[in-house]
Write a protein that binds this ligand. Structure first.
Ligand code: ZN
Ligand code: ZN
Length: 205
């Protein structure tokens, strides 16, 4: 299995590419369709699914494009579907162009393991930054994709009307920090970290 990433879209979202053989799962394709298409082409991959950590506009910009082009399903937690419809108005607050609202093919739930083409992804629901925010745990690689829930030395914003700082911290402590120390933390923006480094150095925890 290979897990790589590229920074995409106007807010530099970490889009993750999880591949096994020639099959590819794309996580948080926030924009920059050409970068994602180039990655797929140069690695001779066949996309099979899009899974999102949450529904904020900066994480979904290329979803509908990829979903249609490769005829693949889009999965997200149901509690973030309302955000997809707000994408264009949210982007406008940042002075950014409209974002196409993607159609959802399937919902993901806490405790579920999404298995596709030999790739297993454990879903950990960690609401707080957004109601339907999840972390994606690829146990075989000891990689945790945290979206905007947990960053290196920081946590996600909770200054939105639907966000909840207390719940965010509680969920990180109770559902994320119990993973092994050597699990890699791969956030939705910025640098990578590990569970042990965040236990030691994250001032919010
Ligand atoms: Zn976000
Ligand atoms: Zn984000």
């Amino acid at each position: 299995m290979k897990i790589e990433h590229a920074q995409v879209g106007p807010l530099m979202v970490n889009c993750y590419f999880i591949s096994e053989g020639d099959k590819l799962i794309i996580v948080d394709p926030g924009g920059s369709e050409e970068i994602i298409d180039d990655y797929i082409k140069s690695n001779k991959l066949k996309p099979v699914m899009i899974v999102n950590t949450h529904g904020h506009f900066d994480h979904i910009g290329a979803v509908q494009y990829l979903r249609k082009k490769y005829d693949i399903p889009f999965l997200i937690h149901k509690d973030d579907e309302f955000l997809l419809k707000m994408a264009t108005s949210s982007a406008a607050l940042f002075g950014l162009p409209p974002v196409e609202t993607p159609e959802v093919d399937r919902n993901i739930e806490d405790g579920e393991t999404v298995s596709e083409s030999g790739i297993d992804i454990d879903i950990i629901h960690t609401p707080g930054h957004s109601p339907g925010g999840v972390c994606l745990y690829i146990k075989s690689e000891k990689v945790l994709i945290t979206g905007d829930t947990l960053f290196a030395r920081s946590v996600g914003r909770s200054d939105f009307p639907y966000a909840d700082h207390g719940a965010l911290i509680k969920n990180i402590k109770n559902k994320i920090m119990l993973l092994d120390d050597d699990v890699s933390v791969c956030p939705g923006h910025g640098e990578f970290s590990s569970i042990s480094d965040e236990k030691l150095f994250n001032p919010f925890l």
